[in-house]
Design a protein around this ligand. Structure first.
Ligand code: PNS
Length: 163
């Protein structure tokens, strides 16, 4: 049984993330979607909410589970799971520049290998931060995020407007 980890902050999950998870599942028997803390990003959604949105978005997918690991090192999480590969998506050269040092550091720390899949062009412009911004200003993010995430973003916008 082969397993990989798809790590991320998933704040919130997008259809681009789901495409990467699906394609990772095509390469491995099992995919652990690991929700981790990114010290470089202030979270918009709480961790429980991110996990809930991921679980709702991935419901019914065989061989995929969502686990929250809080503020731990990815290499420690993978060691604990007995996993030697992480899978991440690359949308652009900017993503490569962002991902490369992390992949090299993880390999340096524990030999953890990073497998990159190229983003589907349908989702090349899709990021968690952009969909949050578009939705916050009243734009429609249908087709960029799962419907459950679109609705959660709309709820946040309405809540913020009511404050
Ligand atoms: O979706 P993101 O925010 O690009 O994911 C980045 C994430 C969460 C995978 C990365 O910040 C991470 O691995 N965090 C866990 C802490 C860690 O291991 N840091 C060292 C990375 S070399």
């Amino acid at each position: 049984m082969t397993t990989c980890v798809c790590p991320g902050s998933y704040d919130p999950v997008t259809l681009g993330h789901l495409d990467v998870v699906e394609r990772a599942r095509g390469l491995f028997d099992e995919v652990v979607v690991a929700v981790l803390h990114n010290p470089g990003k202030a979270g918009a959604f709480g961790v429980d909410e991110r996990v809930g949105l991921l679980e709702a978005s991935l419901a019914g997918r065989d061989g995929v589970r969502v686990v929250e690991f809080g503020g731990r090192l990815l290499v420690d999480v993978c060691r604990e799971l007995g996993v030697a590969h992480v899978v991440k998506g690359l949308r652009s050269a900017a993503d490569y520049t962002y991902e490369l040092p992390m992949a090299l550091m993880n390999r340096h720390l524990s030999g953890l290998e990073t497998v990159f899949v190229t983003a589907d062009p349908r989702f090349q412009h899709v990021s968690s931060s952009l969909v949050k911004q578009v939705s916050a200003y009243g734009g429609d993010v249908t087709g960029l995020v799962p419907d459950v995430v679109r609705d959660a973003l709309a709820q946040r916008r309405d809540d913020d407007a009511g404050r």
